[in-house]
Design a protein around this ligand. Structure first.
Ligand code: GLU
Length: 554
């Protein structure tokens, strides 16, 4: 009777599970196979990149000859974003790490022998397995209307019963073949449900690589396997069909699926196959008002990886930051082996933090700053140009029109022992670069920061006239500073500035050298925080320095 029902439900499905097994031969014994399976309902989430990195490291590290493939889970067609697949693939490509298989070719063509790698193109495969389950008596069509479902839910709530469709709550579980036939032939939409053999009173042992052995409530719910609306599978059936046919050995996925693990184990047992290995990864956490909470797509712009690119964090820094989060021992090991790349360290999935790792942007800033400091001058400028081209075209134009000047301005003190590491991310150039260009300087001039109070107009007039006469931009940094101090200490007429705090207190100077240096910073670059003054002036060179300083004289 079940076979008859199966034929009635899937008259056009001719292939059998055995046929599929021939089409998708088993992978080599012992090969580790995992996958990254995002749904294109949103931009690429940073948590997704982290899950992907875990999967990729897991199968590729330590010379393991494993496979990681990309599978697009777009069975929720209504929530799928237009162009969402490309957003994911492009987003991942930014991280320069290749997948072994997936919809990676032109127009999302398959690369690999286990495709299609996009779920909406696998409908026939799901139907073959659903038919198989119906024929085995492990699944059935159910036509409960939404009113019936709602009434069931309400009665369960009123009678303090566990909600869901199971046992006698399932109107169609034990319907006769004739009733089923009449229903199907009437053309009313129906779903296909699992006929669960699980026991409500039983707890089952499940194992998870990160959480080890745990006990969970057995699944007893007749969950939906195929939806009525579009005959596409739910996550549960798709997981069974895809990960079985594609030869996955390890499922690394978000812990929101942990609760469904007993159900998934049940489904695999219905096909008579060995359970896969699972690792349920906790979400990235964020500190909000002193409390930890899940990084939220809705509230946190940094959930979207585009935010990191817009901010100008180097890809390698993002990866290193994620490795810090993923692998609790990464930071220590890297500190001890600074010359090594993240791919040189082997990480243990079983050592991952089961309660979720803190996504700490301060840490990202630290990692990123160090990364940028390691870039050589040319590469740094190239990266800044690349960033500006995309996110600040106006600045990009200026950079291109003043290439040599830009190169020097960006690299003040970089790649030397004195490098103060001024750049945390490429977007910092928006703060630090524009006032080097004369048009921008002129346009911003009136909005410059306030000068220290003790630097009066009279002092400015005097200082500028003396300084411009003596200024020597060939002097080395220390000699430059000595000259500057000397000039400042001898302006005369009660306008002398002390070379340090101690002198200032003892001799009653009008101010400290820092006050005059502040005048120089503000007057030259309209900012209280500039790179080293002597180096900055060398980059600007005499004519520009003169012009900018004279502008202060009245
Ligand atoms: N599409 C599922 C999700 O985005 C994938 C879960 C899995 O990796 O199995 O949550």
């Amino acid at each position: 009777m079940s076979v008859e029902l199966a034929n009635l439900l899937f008259p056009n499905v001719e292939e059998t599970l055995e046929d599929l097994m021939k089409r998708y031969p088993r992978r080599p014994e012992g090969q580790m196979v995992t996958r990254f399976a995002p749904s294109p309902t949103w931009f690429l989430h940073i948590g997704g990149v982290s899950t992907w990195l875990i999967a990729e490291r897991f199968v590729h590290q330590d010379n393991a000859n494993g496979i990681v493939f990309l599978r697009i889970e777009d069975t929720d067609q209504e929530r799928s974003l237009e162009g969402g697949i490309d957003l994911i693939i492009q987003g991942l490509k930014n991280f320069h790490i290749q997948f072994d298989e997936g919809p990676l070719g032109e127009n999302n063509q398959d690369a690999g022998n286990y495709g299609p790698y996009i779920q909406s193109q696998r409908k026939n495969l799901y139907h073959v397995v659903a038919k198989h389950l119906v024929a085995q008596g492990d699944a059935y069509p159910c036509r409960m209307t939404s009113e019936e479902l709602e009434a069931t839910r309400k009665s369960q709530q009123d009678n303090k019963k566990i909600p869901g469709i199971y046992g006698s709550y399932s109107k169609w579980r034990d319907a006769s073949f004739d009733e089923q036939k009449k229903m199907v032939e009437s053309g009313t939409p129906f779903v296909i449900r699992l006929r669960s053999h699980g026991d409500m009173t039983k707890r089952v042992k499940v194992s998870d690589i990160i959480r080890w052995d745990i006990e969970m409530q057995d699944n007893f719910l007749d969950v939906v396997l195929i939806k009525a609306k579009d005959s596409l599978p739910t996550y549960h059936l798709a997981h069974l069909v895809d990960d079985y046919l594609m030869g996955t050995t390890h499922i690394i996925r978000s812990d929101e699926w942990l609760a469904s693990l007993p159900l998934h184990l049940q489904l695999f047992s219905l096909l008579g196959v060995k359970p896969l290995q699972y690792a349920h990864v906790s979400p990235l956490l964020k500190l909000d008002d002193g409390k930890k909470r899940k990084l939220s797509k809705r509230k946190d712009p940094e959930a979207n990886i585009e935010w990191f690119f817009e901010q100008g964090y180097p890809v390698d820094a993002i990866i290193e930051f994620l490795m810090n989060i993923i692998d609790p021992s990464f930071e220590e090991r890297q500190k001890n082996n600074p010359e090594k790349k993240y791919t040189d360290f082997v990480f243990q999935l079983s050592h991952m933090n089961e309660s979720g790792a803190l996504f700490d942007l301060v840490k990202l800033d630290f990692v990123s700053k160090e990364w940028i400091a390691k870039l050589d001058k040319k590469l740094f400028v190239e990266k800044c140009l690349e960033w500006a081209h995309k996110y600040s075209p106006e600045l990009h134009e200026k950079m291109v029109n003043n290439q040599e000047y830009t190169f020097k301005a960006l690299n003040i003190e970089r790649c030397t022992e004195l490098d103060p590491k001024r750049f945390t991310k490429f977007s910092d150039i928006v703060e630090q670069l524009p006032n080097f260009y004369d048009e921008v300087y002129e346009a911003n001039y009136e909005n410059k920061p306030e000068l220290p109070e003790n630097v009066t107009q009279e002092i400015i007039n005097k200082f500028v006239s003396v300084y411009l006469e003596k200024m020597d931009l060939h002097l080395e940094k220390d000699a430059w500073f000595e000259q500057f101090k000397e000039i400042a200490a001898n302006l005369g007429d009660g306008m002398n500035f002390a070379g340090n705090n101690k002198e200032f207190k003892e001799w009653g100077y009008v101010g400290k050298i820092g006050d005059l240096a502040m005048f120089l910073r503000i007057q030259l670059l309209l900012s209280k925080a500039t790179p080293d003054l002597s180096e900055t002036m060398k980059v600007m060179w005499a004519e520009r320095v003169k012009k900018r300083l004279q502008k202060a004289v009245k």
